[in-house]
Design a protein around this ligand. Structure first.
Ligand code: FDA
Length: 307
């Protein structure tokens, strides 16, 4: 019940100001956000890499309101890619981007987001890595998939995310599996209406399994984004049945969540990638993490009260 309330709060400026200023917030945020700057995140990429884990880096931010902010988002990724190149970490780390941070919701946002993300994808390819387009709320997805298709003409490794809770997703999965795309499947983290999304959690899990099967049997590269132990073991079984080798699919989890399980999967020989978010505009990302697990909210409230 709490999840939808927290997700609604994740879009409120008033709550943003309250949460950002609350004592104790920083300490809880640090569990999910790897730092504020490139300098903070580089040692973490190294450490994860030494543990045998791969990384996808997300400069947090979304729903910007000016064109200048969209350029700043592009430049933040270009700076990150430059640093990874200098440090020889390019092949360990790919990037995840939210197109709303690249201007997608502004006037002529589709073109603006494409123009901003293209140099990032190009720079990533230049250091031997790639970019995945995150999935945001359902109103943004037609534009996201069109940008994905456009980028793949020159950079076929560009990935995208699909969300099991949406009714549309099995069709999207079939199309992406047939055209050989890199696809991350996740349950879905936004507050979506019953007209477009499954509301019942067990039904979302069943859809997730059906979609994993489509991806595993297809021509693309499936990326299983989940911390759910049952879905992870079904994913392993589907990969085995589809005859996929360990480098023909991967698991992904978020930084700060189920780290032991991340290590275990990597030690078993699976490719395991940790989605590592950093930056100062962490509010929306942080609130979605609270919504996913009510215990996080209790921990957060307790840490505010004890400060
Ligand atoms: P579920 O929520 O059922 O969790 C299973 C178990 O994992 C829980 O019981 C708990 O132990 C642990 N867990 C899960 N979330 C936790 C949390 N926040 N704190 C502590 N423990 C937690 N969504 C989206 O809409 N668009 C996107 O682009 C992405 N991208 C993305 C990338 C990657 C790599 C991951 C792993 C996830 C996303 N997501 C996402 C988020 C996704 O949609 C979903 O909200 C979360 O992954 C939680 O769902 P699970 O599959 O982990 O299952």
């Amino acid at each position: 019940m709490l999840g939808p309330v927290i997700l609604a709060a994740s879009r409120s400026d008033k709550m943003r100001r309250f949460v950002s200023a609350a004592p104790g917030t920083k300490q809880v945020v640090a569990r999910f956000i790897a730092g504020e700057t490139v300098d903070d995140v580089v040692p973490i990429v190294r450490e994860l890499s030494e543990r045998g884990l791969e990384v996808t880096l997300d400069v947090v931010g979304e729903d910007i309101t000016t064109v200048e902010q969209s350029y700043a988002a592009r430049d933040a990724y270009l700076e990150l890619i430059g640093r990874l190149e200098e440090l020889g970490l390019g092949e360990r780390a790919e990037m995840s981007v939210k197109l709303s941070m690249f201007g997608q919701s502004l006037d002529d946002g589709h073109e603006l987001a494409l123009a901003n993300v293209r140099p990032v994808v190009e720079a990533a390819a230049g250091i031997g890595t790639t970019v995945t387009l995150d999935a945001e709320d359902h109103t943004t997805l037609d534009s996201m998939f069109a940008i994905h298709e456009e980028l793949r003409k020159d950079f076929p490794q560009t990935g995208c995310v699909i969300q099991a809770y949406l009714f549309r997703t099995e069709d999207d999965a079939r199309r992406l599996a047939a055209n050989g795309s890199r696809v991350r499947i996740v349950k879905g983290a936004y507050k979506e209406p019953a007209s477009v999304a499954i509301q019942d959690k067990p039904e979302i899990d069943k859809a997730y399994v059906r979609i994993m099967k489509i991806l595993m049997e297809g021509k693309g590269y499936p990326m299983i984004g989940s911390h759910d132990p049952r879905l992870i073991s079904v994913g392993q079984e589907l990969a085995r049945r589809a005859g996929r080798k360990p480098d023909e699919y991967e698991f992904q989890m978020l930084y700060g969540i189920r780290s032991e399980e991340q290590n275990r999967l990597a030690a078993e020989g699976h490719r395991m990638r940790v989605y590592t978010a950093y930056g100062t505009d962490w509010y929306g990302y942080f609130m979605r993490r609270l919504a996913e697990k009510p215990a996080n909210l209790l921990f957060f409230v307790r840490s505010i009260l004890t400060k």
